[in-house]
Write a protein that binds this ligand. Structure first.
Ligand code: GLC
Length: 711
């Protein structure tokens, strides 16, 4: 009999339900209900885990209550939303995705885990893996973007980073893959709204990132708030029990989202708490985060035979096993009791934050105004985001404190001490006052170049922050129009958690830079790029719409029987605008220029069990060293199920000195050419397949060759 068997055997029903109940501290508010002081519940063994609680001392104190004052002394599991940093805040996930750099993704997760563990945290509710293709949806900010292949690589890197090599290490965090699944396909981009998508799309797009997370050893999964076709994800037996646990082999903990189980009553799929508790437990959900369903509904569900004690024990066992894997039984205080940060550790972490931020910046347009000229002596830094610091943390900055974050103006002043910088907001982010525009114009009148710092407030994206029309809030468009009307060089810097609808600005500005929300080192990173200290490498992880009327908009769309043809009215197009995005997935300029040529492969055929090497030559044609990101897409022109026009299968980077040429190698496995067949199992269908290589999903920039898939 194992330790867990013995412990389980000694537990009362109330103590078992306690292990399935997650309470919340008050150091952050991340949901609609709060329940006050938790210490009594911990003392009674009625709470087995906590979220929104951090700090070595306070965690040790509540852990002490659990271990010394409850009957069985079972340690608490402490969870928190460490999404993109803990004390040191890194760029928001959508920005990090723009670096297309798994090494950076892993490093920032590792550093966040080190900081969070020191604060007594043992589990993070991250990585968020929801493929997002609708900028109206506020949580696109937390996502790795529109592509499932990118999201899968992001999943692997983040799980490795958060969990490290050994979950019982004091610097390890259990990772939680969330929100399972298809949360990003919410109706009309409205958070929490119903999702109704095909099973084919589910298997092609929304499930693969979670499969990758499970394969990477992710310790926990959090179902999404949404239903899919009327079944709440938190009660979705086909996807939770059959796909996740049985087909993927996931044997970790499933923790509900905040209050989600009780919300079956609003979903209209449970009459009361007992039914809600039974539906979730039967679906394999182990922990009820902040609802009354398990604490109050499970006892009744047992009495009524809606669930069995074996169902309860199965979930309790998984929770206890996770606590054991985390080392909480043997050393419950180890994380918070670690030695304080070594000298220089914090500085190194800030340097990583700056590097991650630099690599997240996407240069969208540049009409020879960047990098800033040495002749630009007087620089006007205008706009409501010019001196913003707390906004730079984005919507999930959790325990990050903005007191030492670097604003855009601060970063520029530090980078350009010999220039005359003048700074004013002109307008606030969303208020109706436009009186400051006159002052702004006065300052611009004497400037050699104008940096227009526009965008959103941090809480305009993230959870419960969908925007039906994601334009520049407030009077920022009026400020932009006035400044752009001066006829001076203008660089627009966009701080946002999503693509904003900015096609008018793009037409008039001399340069537009997507700076997202870059975290603690935002200002320094932006200055590094604007001054040319760092040649921008960021690429868009989402298609950037011309207009919100185009969404959902993404490159991997299926063919239509009537593809757009401007010469034929009976084709799939708009009357009032092109189908194409303003900027394609993968778009991002450099201060140099690259050329790809001579796409080739020794193979002309590929079997499912084979792997072939595709080669392409990359040349730096400019006079500045730079880094190119090269994507490999496929298109299967004839298949049993219509295949997307482009599917991303791998990528590579090439760092090149001016004039340097290199051969880039991209490995393609036959298995990568499979797609979910009618039974949703991977199907390899012989026939021609097109290989397309380029710097973005813009078809005009893709080199092509054809392979034959052989049985
Ligand atoms: C929130 C979010 C989820 C988060 C959880 C705990 O509602 O949906 O992403 O991890 O609650 O804060």
């Amino acid at each position: 009999m194992t330790f867990i068997d013995q412990l389980l055997g000694a537990m009362t029903l109330a103590e078992k339900i306690g292990q399935l109940t997650m309470g919340t501290g008050d150091q952050a508010v991340t949901g609609p209900v709060l329940k006050g002081d938790v210490s009594e519940g911990v003392r009674k063994g009625a709470i087995g885990s906590l979220l929104n609680f951090w700090g070595a001392e306070s965690v040790a104190a509540i852990q002490k209550v659990a271990i010394e004052e409850s009957r069985l002394g079972i340690p608490l599991l402490i969870g928190f939303d460490v999404l993109h940093g803990h004390r040191t805040i890194f760029p928001i996930p959508l920005a990090e995705a723009a670096s297309f750099d798994p090494a950076i993704w892993e490093s920032t997760a590792r550093e966040a885990a080190i900081e969070a563990a020191r604060d007594g945290i043992a589990l993070t509710f991250a990585p968020m893996l929801d493929v997002a293709r609708d900028p109206r949806w506020g949580r696109i900010a937390e996502s790795p973007g529109e592509d499932p292949w990118v999201a899968a690589r992001f999943a692997e890197a983040k799980v490795r980073g958060f969990q490290g090599n050994n979950l019982s290490s004091p610097s390890a965090l259990a990772a939680t893959a969330k929100h399972f699944c298809a949360y990003g396909a919410a109706l009309a981009g409205r958070d929490y709204a119903s999702v109704d998508i095909s099973e084919q799309l589910l298997h092609e797009v929304f499930l693969p990132p979670f499969g990758a997370a499970v394969a990477a050893g992710c310790a926990a999964v959090m179902p999404a708030f949404n239903d899919i076709a009327g079944i709440p994800m938190t009660a979705h037996i086909p996807l939770l029990r059959q796909w996740l646990r049985q087909r993927q082999g996931f044997d970790g903990v499933i923790v509900s989202d905040y209050h989600a189980i009780e919300e079956f009553l609003c979903h209209g799929t449970a009459a009361g708490l007992a039914e809600a508790a039974a539906a979730a437990l039967k679906a394999g959900v182990d922990i009820d985060m902040m609802s009354d369903a398990y604490p109050l509904g499970l006892p009744e569900a047992l009495v009524r035979g809606l669930v069995t004690m074996a169902d309860v024990d199965q979930s309790v066992r998984r929770v206890l096993e996770l606590k054991q894997r985390l080392g909480l039984f043997k050393a419950p205080f180890a994380r918070g009791a670690q030695n304080p940060a070594a000298p220089g550790e914090a500085k190194a972490r800030r340097e990583l934050a700056r590097e991650a931020a630099r690599r997240a910046i996407v240069l969208l347009t540049n009409d020879k105004v960047l990098p800033l000229s040495a002749k630009a002596r007087k620089i006007a830094v205008i706009g409501p985001l010019a001196e913003a610091t707390s906004e730079m943390g984005g919507p999930w900055a959790a325990s990050g404190a903005p007191h030492d974050w670097i604003s855009i103006a601060d970063g520029l002043a530090a980078a350009l001490p010999d220039r005359a910088l003048v700074v004013t907001a002109g307008v606030s982010i969303e208020s109706d006052a436009a009186s400051g525009i006159v002052t702004a114009l006065d300052l611009c009148a004497k400037a050699d170049v104008i940096l227009l710092c526009l965008g959103e407030r941090a809480n305009m994206s993230g959870e419960a922050a969908s925007r039906a029309n994601p334009i520049l809030p407030g009077h920022q468009a009026s400020l932009a129009e006035a400044v752009l009307g001066l006829g001076k060089p203008v660089v627009v810097l966009l701080s946002s958690g999503r693509p904003l609808m900015i096609r008018d600005i793009v037409e008039k500005a001399d340069a537009v830079v997507a700076t997202w929300f870059l975290g603690a080192e935002a200002g320094h990173a932006i200055a590094d790029v604007l001054t040319g200290q760092f040649n921008p490498t960021g690429r868009l992880p989402v298609s950037w719409p011309r207009d919100i009327g185009q969404v959902p908009l993404y490159f991997a769309t299926r063919p239509t029987g009537r593809p757009a043809d401007p010469k034929n009215s009976y084709t799939s197009k708009y009357l009032d605008m092109p189908n194409e995005p303003l900027f394609f997935f993968g778009h991002g300029l450099s201060y140099t220029s690259f050329c790809l040529q001579n796409l080739r492969t020794a193979a002309s055929t590929i079997r499912r069990d084979q792997s072939i090497m595709i080669e392409v030559d990359a040349i730096n044609k400019g006079d500045m060293a730079g880094e190119e990101t090269i994507f490999l897409f496929i298109h299967d022109p004839v298949a049993s199920i219509g295949r997307p026009l482009l599917e991303l299968k791998t990528m590579a980077k090439a760092k090149l000195a001016p004039g340097e040429r290199t051969t880039v190698h991209l490995q393609l496995k036959g298995e990568d050419l499979c797609y979910p067949g009618l039974d949703f199992k991977p199907l390899f269908e012989p026939g021609d397949v097109e290989i397309l290589i380029g710097p973005s999903a813009d078809p005009r920039g893709l080199l092509r060759l054809t392979l034959r898939m052989m049985a």
